[in-house]
Design a binder for this molecule. Sequence first.
Ligand SMILES: [Zn+2]
Length: 217
Amino acid sequence: MDFSKLSPKEQICEAGRRMYAAGMASANDGNISLRQKDGSILCTPTGVSKGYMEPDMICTVSPEGDLLDPGKGYTPSSEIKMHLGVYKNLPQVNAVVHAHPVYATTFAAAGESLTAPVLIESVEQFHHVPCVKYAAPSTSELADSIVPYLKESTALLMEFHGALTWSSGLLKAYMKMESLEFYARILYQMRAIGSTNALPDDRVAQLLEIKEKLGIE
Ligand SMILES: [Zn+2]
């Protein structure tokens, strides 16, 4: 499937299907948004399984969160403020994905940032993933709590809650959630076998240099 050929609303439905199929959003968990060229934001409806969405269920809101189009009569995600906070602070970002992947959420529940350099892809993609202190879901408190981390990281965990990724496009933001979960899973399993192995600092620096040379985003 060529993701880029899908309409923006279809992209959200497809990302939701993948997220649900990958076990990263049980029941009605998770939410996805996509900023359009006119600045309005498409977002998933609340109270709906992200694995079974149709394009006419997707809501549209203004950058301030005002409802512009409820889709087929749905209410925007209760976490829309968190998404709007990302768009407001990162003009180059056009897609935000929030999910509860099992291993990443295990570290989030434990209040642990992911810092161990144990996979070359994770070092290149995340360097480290901070865990933001608990804030109540759906509130401005949560939206405000993530702001200090947006410019220094490319993904984050939210304590007692789940994970957040963002990027210039939806496929990239979604893939980042998969990569984050893979990183968390490997970290978890390394602990299970009692390993504290990690790349030394000079090798991490070298990897980051290579990444810059190759122009990896
Ligand atoms: Zn959540």
